[in-house]
Design a protein around this ligand. Structure first.
Ligand SMILES: [Zn+2]
Length: 160
């Protein structure tokens, strides 16, 4: 008898728990309330295969579509954030600035507000990419020459 009960308990532990609680519920109103919560709920949609099913399905499809839009939007924003972070870090390296705050945050954990541009040596490749073109652009232009300089490069000069 005990063995068969154990087999039944193992097959449905919830039923075994309910039986045990039911036995004790007479003395304990809290257990009675707990047992009420454990009762199986009535089926939510008695006419599942009739009319409401397509509406629920359409709603679920709309929710899934909305979710897909949100997930795609999040992925695009995450990718954009990653691109902007890489560019920020490269620009900070080019300027010799703190990549977290550019020296604008006295509480910056990296520089304590001392990381303004040129506070450290610029990273050469980033400097060449971002700063050197600006410096060249700002150089005063040489006055226009009356004649182009004589070429010493031979046949290629004529092609240009
Ligand atoms: Zn900083």
């Amino acid at each position: 008898m005990d063995d068969s009960n154990r087999t039944a308990d193992a097959a449905d532990p919830l039923a075994a728990l309910k039986a045990q609680l039911t036995a004790q519920a007479g003395d304990n109103p809290a257990l009675a309330v707990l047992l009420q919560f454990m009762q199986p709920r009535p089926a939510p949609a008695p006419c599942v295969d009739v009319e409401p099913a397509p509406a629920a399905s359409a709603r679920e499809e709309q929710l899934q579509a909305d979710l897909d839009v949100l997930v795609r939007g999040h992925a695009q924003q995450a990718a954009e954030l990653e691109r902007l972070r890489r560019r920020n870090d490269a620009l900070a390296a080019a300027l010799g600035a703190c990549h977290l705050c550019f020296g604008e945050d006295a509480w910056c954990p990296r520089c304590g507000g001392l990381g303004r541009p040129a506070s450290r040596r610029p990273e050469p490749a980033a400097f060449a990419q971002y700063v050197r073109p600006v410096l060249e652009r700002l150089q005063p232009r040489e006055p226009a020459r009356a004649t182009p300089p004589a070429s010493t490069e031979g046949p290629r000069a004529g092609a240009a």
